[in-house]
Design a protein around this ligand. Structure first.
Ligand SMILES: Nc1ncnc2c1ncn2[C@@H]1O[C@H](COP(=O)(O)OP(=O)(O)OP(=O)(O)O)[C@@H](O)[C@H]1O
Length: 252
């Protein structure tokens, strides 16, 4: 059974100049006749990808090749400009961990709020608070506002909440680089638990030995396109070969 299907998905995004948008500067450049329309860049180009339920898929590729963008389109954080995305099942997106917290609320209130947004009752979530805080090693911070945590601690809380209930589809964007060594080991063993179950797992990482060893299939992205998808050792070898060959496909 298919868990995820992308058909001819393309996405254009505005380039960074637009983020330094400044009305006065824009008016002056128009008056000067120097105004240029903000640029748009294609970040995904005609992606066709089907992932079967229960498959463990690794996504590799150089910086800026579109890996995180692909995950965000699958989670519904970004809408493709053209093409279609179909997802069957509940997704736990471990992307930008902790981005959704209300920084003025306490850890306990954020945990309950997050669960309620996912459809759990308040009472169910109150029962989950303790194990979540314990997994994150943050029981001592239960009642302080989230803004007083360090960024690593916030990411730990995000990971602990998002993986508390096993999802149908787990999406991991470099989360294994979160936290200190002790927490990384805990993350890996929790993920291995899911790995053995029915969950569909999509993981983006630059840790190629880890991807090769833990995934059943690897997708190599370059310039917003899927270059190759197939057995981990073969796809990783093609990716590495392209990096070592300057005239090869890897042109970012
Ligand atoms: N918020 C944004 N607005 C506009 N363009 C963006 C934004 N975020 C990323 N991009 C662009 O989208 C393209 C793909 O970026 P993406 O983050 O998907 O790459 P990646 O393969 O995950 O890279 P990395 O390995 O560095 O994490 C890049 O050209 C990047 O500049």
């Amino acid at each position: 059974m298919e868990a995820i299907r992308l058909s001819n998905v393309s996405l254009w995004r505005r380039t960074q100049e637009e983020f330094s948008y400044d009305l006065k500067k824009t008016v002056l450049t128009i008056l000067d006749g120097r105004y240029r329309k903000p640029g748009r860049k294609q970040v995904l180009a005609g992606v066709d990808l089907t992932i079967e339920s229960g498959e463990k898929v690794g996504i590799v590729g150089s910086n800026g090749s579109g890996k995180s963008t692909l995950l965000k389109v699958i989670c519904g954080i970004l809408k493709p400009t053209t093409g279609e995305v179909h997802v069957r099942g509940a997704i736990a997106p471990l992307i930008e961990l902790g981005a959704g917290f209300d920084s003025d609320l306490s850890l306990v209130d954020n945990i309950v709020l997050y669960g309620v947004l996912l459809g759990f009752s308040r009472r169910e979530m109150r029962a989950r608070v303790r194990p979540i805080l314990e997994f994150a090693d943050l029981a001592a911070y239960a009642d302080v506002p989230v803004k007083t945590l360090s960024s690593g601690m916030t990411a730990r809380l995000g990971f602990a909440i998002a993986t508390d209930v096993p999802p149908d589809i787990l999406i991991l964007d470099e989360v294994l680089s979160v936290g200190d060594e002790r927490f990384k080991t805990k993350c890996r063993s929790r993920l291995e638990q899911y790995w053995g179950e029915n969950a569909t797992v999509l993981v983006v990482s630059h840790d190629l030995p880890y991807i090769e060893q833990s995934c059943e299939r690897v997708v190599w992205m370059n310039g917003g396109r899927v270059m190759r998808s197939g057995p981990p050792a073969e796809v990783i070898a093609s990716y590495l070969h392209s990096i070592q060959t300057p005239a090869g496909a890897e042109r970012g």
